[in-house]
Design a protein around this ligand. Sequence first.
Ligand SMILES: NC(=O)c1ccc[n+]([C@@H]2O[C@H](COP(=O)([O-])OP(=O)(O)OC[C@H]3O[C@@H](n4cnc5c(N)ncnc54)[C@H](O)[C@@H]3O)[C@@H](O)[C@H]2O)c1
Length: 413
Amino acid sequence: MEKLKVGFVGAGFIAQFQAKAMLQARNMELSGLLARKGAEALSGWAREHDLGPATIYKSVSEMAKHVDTIAIYSPNYTRIEIMEEVVSAKRAGGRVRNVICDKPLGRNMKEARRLVELAEGANLNTAYFENQIHMKAVQTQLTQLAPVQKAMGPMVLTRSAEEHAGPHMPWFWNPMEQGGGVLSDMGCHSIAVGWYALTPVGKNPTFLKPQSVSCELGLLKWGQPKWRDELLKKHGVDYSKTPAEDFATGMVTFKNPETHQKVKAQFTDSWMFEKQGLRLFMDGMGPGYAFEINTLTSPLNIFIGDQAAQAIADQESALEKATASRGLLSVQTNEADLYGYVDENRDAAEKFLRGQDALLNFSYGLEITRLVMAAYMSSERKQVVDLTDASTCQELENYIPLIQQGRGAEVLF
Ligand SMILES: NC(=O)c1ccc[n+]([C@@H]2O[C@H](COP(=O)([O-])OP(=O)(O)OC[C@H]3O[C@@H](n4cnc5c(N)ncnc54)[C@H](O)[C@@H]3O)[C@@H](O)[C@H]2O)c1
């Protein structure tokens, strides 16, 4: 079997998750990697698990000479310089032909558009990694409901949420580095999966045309003095000066271009979720039918009493972003598969080996960035943002949310 040779940029949280996912994908190997931190450990893990040679490189240009695919798994503020290096390496005759970028494609539309242009200019196949669309639960409800949709008509309302108690690294909390707060970080997932679940079976992921976006943001927990201090102590980020939202909720309205039916995707995202750990929740309603997904529902529950709790070394071995190590714990046994990482890797490898873009390419990632920017604009202006208005769409191209500029205090307090 031909295997796609992948080189990772980054060896942190998502790179480790993706390496676990690739073990279950078969048609790809971890050929190389580079990172500011963590490269040795991930390379050792990959070789131990026979995932590939995982050679450590010193530069993207060097790695691009030896791999088919560069996967960008580094922080949001590093994307453009990495892509520029990939493009120069390809132009200089390097082996690289494809590029993967995990969400978000950019912190704003300018950055995301630059990535699209760089990839197109160098004739690179692209994959925008939005794992939730590839979740087996999301795909299976579509297959199961396909004949029902045919008989009753497509889905009309989706509600999507991604929630946990807050990110693991300081740069995520820093709105200038990350791009904002939870809306930039996780709103992109919920908006994308809502849009996708509304899309009539058999149509492409951008078939439904976005019409308008409304959104409200809040700083409900991490702006309070006690939690602000904790953030400053733990991550060196000062939310009294440069805050970002820890709660976002809103609605995107789409129009079916064939039937003119309007449909709605509601999204809710938070970094102040006080339950077992990460929860992905989605539901959808069509005329006469529905689906519901909740990743905190597991066939495995474990109970650990107070006295036994000392024995727990790592609460996150139960569940991503787990916040407790005792009581009744939900345990997920294969999170890389549950959250869709395995299937997004399989899709990218299959398509790249055929010389094509993945199901979700960079242009799709740019569309998601546009919807996220429209959501920030709506919350800043306390208005519904009309995406059928040409001047608003033009404005979004260069729009940088106040929160991303480090001016969140003007809108959050
Ligand atoms: N799909 C998801 O659910 C999901 C989950 C987590 C993170 N992500 C995305 O993955 C990306 C990385 O997030 P993370 O949680 O792994 O972050 P992280 O901080 O845990 O890891 C980042 C890695 O990149 C390396 N790095 C930093 N700057 C670099 C540079 N200039 N060149 C090369 N390597 C560099 C770091 O040393 C580290 O190894 C982000 O864009 C994030 O949005 C996606």
